[in-house]
Design a protein around this ligand. Structure first.
Ligand code: VTB
Length: 326
């Protein structure tokens, strides 16, 4: 199905709204309220779009999430018009936001109906680079081998590369190997979507993302990587029999499958992310007396245009934004 309008630009308004609302919660030590603010803003703005949207990656199952749950329908498109699947992470990095540290974003992706892998809420091992990694790196190789392969592909020395990983004990082996191979490391406390996308965009100071994070977020990452022409592989990591059952209920048959980005996000896809706090990919929300400035990346796979938008929002001219809630 071809989508004749550039939904990416409309998605920027959705992530901007989520960032503006959750941005008020930065540093307040309340990740639940921060996430709720982002979720409400996304739902409000998505509801106003002329789409027939279906949430396939969302805040949880219908019984555990009041908004943007899996299966929720959104938008006011005419019947049959613009049928899209939606993947959201209204606030990726809730703890980052509550502590006011680096790397929280509001993010969303869209695909034609059926375009996204219905990833269960479990772990996924991920390997992400920019276009240079294609044909060079591979999940079957060790982290050290991948550093050497990427250095060769980029025609640089391993010490010129920075590899980003979630700071978790489960990554100790990979971290040791990367250091041995000579590359630099950037450990992040949370938020591997922004980190992975930053690794796939040129000139962001990070070159490759390795390691285990959330599977639903892996699908959002895959959409961005499609738009960037980058490299991504993902493999589900099962921690229990229950997770295997849940995955097979969602239609997953091969538990060891290595997914390419094209298999996780198919067709013409759109991606947007707005910074809530500063990070490698985008800057955070900066408020001033009667408004705020946001920084957003928006892209679509069809044209591979990657736009960075700096937007000034004047609250006194926006319906829905009042002095009280802003
Ligand atoms: C989080 C989060 C990541 O993966 O760490 C999570 O910060 C899973 O890891 O951005 P833990 O269970 O060890 O926290 C992500 O949510 C997304 O992939």
């Amino acid at each position: 199905m071809s989508m004749d309008r550039n939904l990416a630009l409309e998605l920027a308004r959705v992530t901007e709204a989520a960032a503006l609302d959750s941005g008020r919660w930065v540093g307040k030590g309340d990740k639940i309220s921060a996430d709720a603010a982002a979720t409400e803003a996304m739902r409000r703005t998505l509801g106003a779009m002329e789409i027939n949207g279906l949430v396939v990656i969302g805040e949880g199952e219908m019984d555990e999430a009041p908004m943007l749950y899996i299966g929720e329908k959104l938008g006011r498109g005419k019947p049959g018009e613009c049928e899209v699947d939606i993947a959201v992470d209204p606030l990726e990095g809730t703890t980052i936001c509550s502590k006011g540290t680096n790397g929280a974003i509001a993010t969303i992706a869209m695909a034609p109906r059926g375009g996204f892998l219905h990833a269960p809420d479990m772990y996924m091992e991920k390997l992400v680079t920019g276009p240079a990694g294609i044909g060079a790196v591979d999940m079957q190789k060790s982290a050290g081998e991948n550093v050497l392969a990427l250095a060769k592909a980029k025609n640089c020395n391993p010490q010129d590369l920075t590899i980003v990983l979630l700071d978790r004990p489960r990554h100790d082996k990979a971290i040791a190997e990367i250091r041995k191979a000579g590359a630099r490391i950037h450990l992040i406390p949370d938020g591997d979507v922004a980190a992975a996308v930053a690794a796939a965009v040129e000139d962001n100071g990070v070159d490759m993302m390795i390691g285990i994070g959330g599977a639903p977020e892996g699908v959002l990452t895959a959409a961005a990587i499609r738009c960037l022409g980058g490299f991504m592989q993902g493999r589900l990591v099962f921690m229990s029999e229950e997770e295997r059952t849940r995955a097979s209920d969602m239609g997953i048959t091969d538990f060891d499958k290595v997914y390419q980005s094209e298999e996780m996000a198919q067709g013409e896809v759109f991606f947007a992310a707005t910074g809530v706090t500063n990070g490698d990919l985008v800057r955070g929300v900066r408020y001033f007396s009667n408004g705020a400035k946001t920084h957003t990346v928006v892209m679509r796979s069809k044209s591979r245009t990657v736009r960075f938008l700096e937007t000034i929002h004047y609250f006194d001219h926006k319906p829905g934004f009042t002095a009280e809630n802003q």
